[in-house]
Design a binder for this molecule. Structure first.
Ligand code: UD1
Ligand code: UDP
Length: 452
């Protein structure tokens, strides 16, 4: 312990943990984990890399949680393809690992960012921890490409943080060793409760006391006819219920925005807004009569608020919410959407049955459990591959580039733009970062799968 740098262990003895985040839901769900990791500076050297698969939506979410990324790959392009996202994340992370020895990467969910991040770790021999592990629909086309992504991520993961017992069981069935599966809850519940606890509802853009249905819709497998069918149902519903509003914060994807404007743009009581920041959206969910959504996160949040969700999908990887009664699958079928809306709004008993306030996805302590598990186990779990990164050969044109994106919340961000041309010095670290003794912490986690 030095006089000036008092309580921290030497930097080189703390595991270097890189949290990788690409899209809005990842930022929201990883925020509590980042916060908990950063609250233990004597145990972890934490960095946040954003791929910026989403740019505006991601920055909006990061601002709410006051997360300033250390590294920004800045990959988003208009109408990006799955291959281009994958390729840019792989290139950016490979480049990062060359100069920044990393002991563990953590990422959440099933986006292409997370899939590619897990692959980059597998190639570089960097251990990977998967938050929200084990969700499955069994159908590679729904959701597309997320079901494929999450299976790839599981193949590359050393730590699987399953939100529920059922998700943990899915992993065991696929042959993941019990010793690597931890049931922790989903940190989205932590984020939601935290935001509702510390913020007031902002003013609404629709009349203050007007009852409203909240809508979100963005899934790739719905593009084209299914999304037009959904919006057609919403228009019919709104026109038949002039006493209500439908409030739809529209995802910026042009494949969503264009049909939304065309089909819903001129309906008097449908209010199309820009995407809401998480504070505004959390309160908007809280104030809604009910929610129509194809979002994964919303299915996990609504049970904490006692809000019924009609899920605009045919299958869900979150069956717990359906079993609990809060969510009901209605697909992209106009008739089912309309009949379920009518049943909920006109039948008080039916509405009550779907507004149970118990959340199968967590209790608000998931991040604490995840960090406690890492503190207790890292790096004692024996990974099946070498611990030393298999460093890639440096590309002839350096991938380190200037920071192209600037926003007030990202002032300290180092840009690793995969297309950047100019060489700028990488972050360098001394030492090898071998974690040593760790404080014995609480008796977390609830780990029914661990054999001992
Ligand atoms: C992505 C994820 C999806 C997740 C969703 C959360 C994949 C394949 N899909 O879908 O799993 O549920 O994020 O919202 O990983 N755009 C902007 N600004 C933004 C964000 C997006 O303009 O801030 C536009 C761009 O034109 C971009 C397009 O939306 O090319 C699509 O973004 P992308 O991340 O590829 O797909 P999402 O539908 O957002
Ligand atoms: N959300 C938000 N603003 C919005 C719409 C959604 O903050 O305008 C939040 C929502 O509460 C949830 C997350 O974003 O936590 C879900 O994101 P999305 O539906 O884009 O992705 P998915 O969960 O389907 O992957």
């Amino acid at each position: 312990m030095s006089e000036t740098g008092p309580r921290l262990r030497a930097e080189s003895t703390r595991p270097r943990v890189l949290c990788v985040v690409g899209t809005r839901p990842e930022a929201i769900k990883m925020a509590p984990v980042v916060e908990r990791l950063r609250a233990a500076p004597d145990l972890f050297d934490v960095r946040v890399m954003v791929t910026a698969q989403h740019r505006a939506l991601l920055d909006q979410a990061l601002r709410i949680f006051d997360i300033r990324p250390d590294v920004d790959l800045n990959i988003m392009t208009e109408r990006q393809t799955l291959s281009s996202i994958t390729q840019r994340v792989l290139a950016g992370m490979e480049s990062y690992f060359v100069h920044n020895p990393t002991d563990l990467v953590l990422a959440q969910g099933d986006t292409t960012t997370v899939m590619a991040a897990s692959m980059a770790c597998f190639y570089a021999g960097v251990p990977f921890g998967h938050v929200e592990a084990g969700l499955r629909t069994g159908d590679y086309q729904a959701p597309y490409p997320e079901e494929y992504n999450r299976r790839v991520v599981s193949l590359a993961s050393d730590y699987h943080f399953a939100p529920t017992e059922q998700a943990g069981q899915n992993l065991l069935r696929e042959g993941v060793p019990e010793s690597r599966v931890f049931v922790t809850g989903n940190p989205v519940v932590d984020a939601l409760l935290d935001v509702l606890r510390r913020t007031e509802p902002p003013p609404k853009p629709i009349p203050a006391d007007a009852p409203y249905v909240l809508l979100t819709c963005h899934r790739r497998e719905s593009f084209g006819e299914p999304i037009r069918e959904i919006f057609g149902a919403v228009r019919t519903f709104a026109e038949s219920r002039p006493d209500l509003y439908v409030w739809y914060p529209v995802h910026p994807n042009p494949n969503v925005r264009e049909p939304a404007d065309e089909i819903l743009g001129k309906v008097r009581n449908v209010f199309l807004s820009e995407p809401l920041d998480y504070v505004a959206f959390a309160h908007a969910m809280h104030g809604a009569l009910l929610i129509l959504s194809d979002s994964g996160g919303v299915q996990e949040e609504a049970p904490s608020l006692g809000k019924p969700v009609l899920v605009l999908r045919d299958v869900t990887e979150r069956p717990e919410a359906v079993t609990a009664g809060t969510c009901r699958l209605v697909g992209a079928d106009r008739g089912r959407i309309l009949s379920n809306l009518a049943a909920l709004l006109d039948d008080a008993a039916e509405y009550r049955a779907m507004s149970e306030r118990s959340n199968p996805f967590g209790d608000g302590d998931a991040a604490e459990r995840i960090v406690a598990i890492l503190a207790e186990h890292f790096p004692t779990i024996d990974t099946p591959r070498p611990r030393a990164p298999r460093l890639p050969v440096l590309p002839s044109a350096p991938l380190w580039g200037p920071r192209r994106h600037r926003s007030s919340s990202l002032t300290r961000t180092q840009d690793l733009s995969a297309t950047g041309q100019i060489h700028s010095p990488p972050i360098t670290r001394a030492g090898k970062g071998i974690p040593v003794q760790r404080k014995k912490k609480r008796t977390f986690p609830r780990r029914p799968h661990r054999s001992g």
